[in-house]
Design a protein around this ligand. Sequence first.
Ligand SMILES: [Fe+2]
Length: 345
Amino acid sequence: MKNIFLLTVLALFGFLAWFGFSPAAQAQDKVVNIYSARHYESDKELFDLFEKQTGIKVNVVSAEAPELIERIKREGAATEADLFITVDGGVLHTAKTTGILQPIVSDTVLKNVPATLRDKDNAWVGLTTRARIIVYSKERVKPEQLSTYEDLAAPKWKGKVVTRPSSGLYDQSLLASLITLDGDETALNWVKGIVANFARPPKGNDRAQAKDIVAGLGDVALMNTYYIGQMLNSKDPEEVKAAENVGLFFPNQATTGTHINVSGVALTKEAKNKDNAIKLIEFLTDVQAQEQLSAGNYEFPTNPNAKKHPLLDSWGSFKTQQIDFSALGVNNPKAVQFFIEGGWK
Ligand SMILES: [Fe+2]
């Protein structure tokens, strides 16, 4: 009798577990946890939409990328992170080589994102791209005077270049790309040439460079494209004014192409909510979410079927740098060293 009772209880448990009614299974079915280094409102809106459409709750832990990679590594099998999201192809490659990721297996994702914007083993998949372009004073510079990143190190720009400090990843990755394309010596000399052309010591973020050009402190600077969109649509009149008064120049069109970087999503090795995580990657790379990312944060979609924000369309098409994004990670330590050696603080 006792045995029959026990068997009934076990069968009932089995039945409940099978249909996903046990608390553990339920938790697994309805949640996905992200460690994210992207800092944009557009992402949050998309996670809310995913939650509404699927009933899967999206939890986000926000921090800088190196900290998150270290944390996923340290937490090992106990990590809560199912997905890691960050900007910069070099950082995504570092996450891969750290051994904290697993390949994303999904035909939908392969269909959504071209191979050039994914890791070759699908350890990460691109969500958006952004170009690092030259912005210039419309008052003092004619676009015909501009050509390449390399040219900004020429003596004709002496006292005219404003930059942010070299601790910023955007310029580290640009330099890493120049190391790949131009070689070590040219890249180091480029740093020295830019330093010789400084209008002031490196200071501020991307937005601050445009503001300083409009304030007359310098004539040319490097900026990520999406900041132009953010500033043109900002509530801060000073940002709108700065963005309206700088010209945009897509460099290296006759040579190696304009430097683009990718932001992307990766599946952690120890993901406990893997099915939900893949569902979210499929959602984020789908046309609708891609168009929303471009509309909300002025980034280029990675899904070629997604429409760009009209502002991005107004810039026209441009030739992009053709290097493997992994090179940005591989060459990052050298880029950091060259900045120190060249005196770009
Ligand atoms: Fe940024």
